[in-house]
Ligand binder design. Structure first.
Ligand code: AMP
Length: 482
């Protein structure tokens, strides 16, 4: 009876998600009852949401694909790539005469994600939000502030390459264990050190990171990147080439018309995506009421953008040198970010690393999946802390027979660790000093507010969980939402 009372009085169960807050696109995911990371579609049904905010003249705010489309008509009222300005005091351009801090704009993207996730899953309390490994403390804090403004409890700020590696490693563990075995022990058994290189080319930024995965520890050895290089630059190359061709034929530069320019941006990106799948594509624009088509071959596109690709190549070479490694010592090359779908990227990685990159997880979703896995692990740690606190608070003689079994040692968790002291090499970008994701540390104290002791006592023996079994752990997380 005591338990029933406690259940009815207890706070609502909590739910946390993983959010990849990208420069151009964002994605979110959760870990389902089977322990599988699942991408949460947005309200429009898409797996990724443009990180674009449209400040309507009426005062309304629109985020996502609609905001992106609005940029064609209202470029002054639309904010894109705010992530590039995180850590700055104000966004570079005043919107409707107002100077806005980047976290406030980023919070609008996060709020949309939260709302859309809530429509699918019910109330969302918090999230693990990812950032590039080279983000300094100021930019990490700005990201955390954005989450809090959006009404999210920020469980952790996690490095994107760490999240990606975690998702790949977790998938391998789950595959081997078939979801049934003791995957946590398996993580320990496969503790031979591995070196992974994560190549992340998104819409607005590029980074490449070398990680050592050793047992439960994941350490960033070196990271490098370019915050001003991404898929958008590939789009601009196409746009400019098309504009030059147009001018040669029609005598006018279509880029001078802001609306046509915005339209060309969309057409260039569509054309680029098509060229990832086909050898030839067409860029269609409308100028002065007349449709104009520009044909592009993949080879032309690759020649046009070879300098951009070379900029990533020089960073890859530099980062492996900074890590003090030879390519023969690298075990796997992982690809992240939508722009890694371009065949030129895969060809480059094969040539430089001598390895076939692992492209088996969706480059748009893998970071969000890793963040969701990290969130589930963080929840588990809180859960264990609460268990231990509940045990400690109880008189020794009154141990209830139905108490949940959680082993005291959590050392075998498939956890990863970013060593905050690991040398971080970056392109003039401050190394990450704080916000280390030390997941293998002993469970730390949390506010412990979600599970009342009486609730734990009420769990029947058939619901007992073994914290060393991942499926059970995830079931515990799902059921009790700690
Ligand atoms: P992300 O920020 O990781 O979501 O990456 C978004 C970038 O990936 C954008 O610049 C997209 O244009 C680009 N992208 C997505 N799909 C493709 C594709 N099939 N081919 C080339 N680029 C793509």
């Amino acid at each position: 009876m005591q338990g029933v009372l406690a259940m009815s009085e207890s706070p609502r169960a909590k739910r946390y998600i993983g959010i990849d807050l990208g420069t151009t696109f964002s994605a979110m995911a959760y870990v389902d009852a089977h322990g599988t990371p699942v991408t949460i579609p947005n309200a429009e049904g898409s797996l990724t949401t443009p990180s674009v905010v449209f400040f309507e003249p009426s005062g309304q705010v629109v985020v996502g694909a609609e905001a992106r489309a609005a940029a064609v008509e209202n470029p002054d009222l639309v904010v894109e790539c705010v992530k590039r300005e995180m850590g700055e005091r104000f966004y570079s351009r005043a919107i409707q005469g107002r100077k806005l801090p980047p976290p406030a704009i980023s919070a609008l993207v996060l709020k949309k994600l939260k709302q859309d996730a809530e429509a699918k899953l019910g109330p969302i309390d918090g999230a693990v939000i990812t950032v590039p490994a080279y983000f300094d403390e100021g930019r990490r804090q700005a990201t955390q502030a954005a989450g809090e403004i959006a009404g999210l409890e920020v469980l952790d700020i996690l490095n994107e390459p760490t999240a990606a590696s975690l998702a790949f490693a977790y998938r391998d563990i789950k595959r081997k264990s078939d979801g049934q075995d003791d995957v946590l022990r398996l993580a320990d058994e496969t503790s031979k050190a591995r070196i992974a290189v994560v190549y992340d080319l998104g819409g607005g930024t590029f980074d490449v990171t070398v990680l050592r995965i050793e047992g439960n520890n994941l350490t960033v050895l070196a990271t490098d990147g370019d915050v001003q290089l991404g898929g958008k630059d590939w789009d601009m190359k196409l746009l400019n080439a098309a504009a030059v061709a147009f001018k040669a034929k029609h005598g006018v530069d279509p880029r001078n018309d802001e609306h046509v320019f915005q339209q060309m941006l969309v057409a260039a990106e569509d054309c680029k995506r098509a060229l990832s799948a086909r050898d030839k594509a067409r860029m269609g624009i409308t100028f002065a009421g007349k449709p104009v088509n520009i044909d592009v071959t993949r080879q032309q596109f690759e020649e046009l953008t070879s300098d951009l690709l070379y900029r990533t190549e020089s960073r890859i070479v530099r980062v492996i040198e900074a890590a003090g490694l030879a390519w023969s010592e690298v075990d796997e090359v992982l690809t992240v970010g939508g722009s890694t779908r371009m065949p030129q990227v895969i060809k480059l990685l094969e040539r430089v690393t001598g390895k076939k990159p692992n492209t088996s997880l969706s480059p748009d979703e893998v970071v969000a999946h890793g963040a969701a896995i990290h969130a589930a692990i963080e929840q588990l740690k809180r859960y264990q802390t609460q268990q231990q606190a509940a045990k400690a608070a109880k008189p020794k003689s009154a141990a209830p027979p139905t108490e949940m079994k959680i082993k005291d040692d959590d050392a075998a968790l498939p956890m990863v660790e970013v060593d905050p002291n690991a040398e971080t090499v970056s392109d003039g970008i401050a190394p990450h000093e704080g916000g280390a994701s030390t997941l293998s540390a002993p469970a730390i104290s949390s506010d412990g507010s979600t599970i009342a002791e009486a609730e734990l006592e009420e769990i029947s023996p058939s619901e007992q969980y073994d914290a060393n079994d991942a499926t059970d752990v995830l079931r515990a997380i799902q059921t009790h939402n700690v």
